[in-house]
Design a protein around this ligand. Structure first.
Ligand SMILES: *Cc1c(COP(=O)(O)O)cnc(C)c1O
Length: 429
């Protein structure tokens, strides 16, 4: 079976034949290894939260919570997912700039560890709902700090953003906070950005956030119980990107966390991670439907386009950069030519990889897009051309388990309603 890519001893051709394509395949062993490595290198003084946004599949969430991760959720469905995956409510935080009354109420009724509040208006809503519910609700303030550190592929802090509360606003807000008698301000949250692959900016961010926590306690006269320093640890996607060295990172972060804990033994320290925990464990597997030439270039039209992997398009960069892409049918064979890997959509933007060096590609071959475990189908326009979500499979203990069924036309039509508009009703208006 030369060239047939394997996961935990299972041939990808057999997996694809059994579950169909396009298909997301997650290797639970890789996921476990990534988590255990990070957990063993970071000081136990810091607690890890999994950001469900990166991959909200309930089996992934369950695996991570079994490994010891707590949960950071951002919607009603993510809250339900974490709970159904077996997460204790005391190990859940809820975050996001647009929480509805229904979401705030659910957080309160389930008794989650903290709501991360992103504005004073939101704080007033939490206060009002908590009063109605007759509860005192633990709340952390998400702060948009006055500092920013370069090195994030998407900067969230230190500039105008809809997220969190400006540092100055919070520092002036003591009276507003004191007016809330049903809210207990227990913590501080800062998220600086995503896709960070360098140690330095992460360490600098963390140092600034821990200092901010001390200033905040003093200025607002509150006793913090937790500080969430965010995360944003990245996974390499493009040529030339090096994986983040978690041993180098831990060597510099651990002393910061340990010193802080020495001064403030009662304050819990949190990091929240999405992409880093799940990114490398997943792969999009698609099948080459057609291989064709056009004005000197070769196109491989697959059944898995940007409708199931929008991230592979490479948002925000003018030059198209490719995710790691390989032929899974001729894995390890030498490249012979450049291929454009496209999908089934009727738009020229449906390009997964441009000028990818691959061995010969024939109709029916399997193509893999690696490092695709984060921000895959759930961050893609899966309803475009009504293809629906692809199937998802987890390989665990040498066995393949379906963890999400592929959408069918019936699934997509099932939510729609055909109303009996007659022709005459339209023309006689
Ligand atoms: C998106 C997001 C995360 C997860 O980010 P990753 O880069 O996937 O680790 C964590 N916290 C907040 C506030 C986010 O918005």
């Amino acid at each position: 079976m030369s060239g047939d890519y394997q996961i935990q001893g299972l041939a990808i051709s057999a997996i694809a034949a059994r579950f169909g394509t396009p298909l997301y395949v997650y290797d639970a062993e890789v996921l476990e290894r990534v988590y255990e490595e990070l957990r063993s290198l970071l000081t136990p003084k810091v607690e890890l939260f999994y950001s469900l946004k990166a991959n909200p599949n309930i089996s992934i969430v369950h695996l991570l919570q079994e490994l010891g991760a707590q949960a950071e959720v951002c919607s009603m469905a993510e809250l339900h997912t974490a709970l159904q995956a077996g997460t204790n409510p005391e190990r859940i935080i809820f975050l996001g700039p647009g929480k509805t009354d229904a979401e705030i109420t659910a957080c309160i009724r389930h008794g989650i560890y903290a709501i991360v509040c992103e504005s004073f208006q939101e704080l007033n809503r939490i206060e009002a709902i908590a009063a109605e519910e007759g509860r005192i609700v633990p709340v952390a303030l998400r702060i948009n700090p006055s500092f920013t550190v370069k090195g994030s592929r998407l900067t969230m802090g230190g500039k105008p953003r809809q997220f969190g509360m400006d540092e100055d606003t919070v520092m002036q807000g003591r009276q507003q906070l004191e007016r809330c008698s049903h809210v207990d301000i227990i913590g501080l949250h800062v998220y600086m950005g995503t896709r960070m692959l360098d140690v330095e900016p992460i360490v600098e961010n963390t140092r600034h956030i821990l200092e901010l926590a001390e200033r905040l306690e003093e200025q607002l006269g509150i006793r913090l119980q937790m500080v969430d320093v965010g995360g944003g640890l990245g996974v390499p996607y493009y040529e030339g990107e090096q994986p983040l060295s978690v041993s180098a990172l831990s060597a510099q972060l651990n002393p910061l966390f340990e010193q802080f804990k020495e001064k403030h033994p009662d304050i819990r320290l949190f990091m929240e991670l999405g992409r880093y925990l799940v990114g490398t464990s997943g792969m999009l597997v698609s099948r080459a439907l057609y291989v064709k030439e056009s004005y000197g270039e070769t196109f491989v039209v697959t059944d898995g386009g940007t409708n199931c992997h929008m991230a592979a398009v490479g948002i925000g960069s003018y030059v198209k950069r490719n995710f790691p892409i390989a032929s899974l049918s001729r894995y390890g064979e030498s490249p012979v030519a450049e291929f454009n890997i496209t999908g089934p959509l009727c738009t020229p933007n449906d390009v997964i990889g441009k000028k990818v060096n691959l061995p010969p590609v024939e109709q029916g071959d399997l193509i893999g897009v690696f490092h695709s475990g984060a921000y895959g189908p759930t961050a893609s326009p899966t309803h475009f051309l009504s293809h629906g979500s692809p199937a998802e499979v987890m390989i665990s203990g040498g066995e393949a388990h379906l963890i999400r069924e592929r959408d069918t036309p019936e699934d997509l039509l099932g939510k729609q309603r055909l109303i009996p508009v007659s022709h005459s009703a339209v023309t006689n208006r």
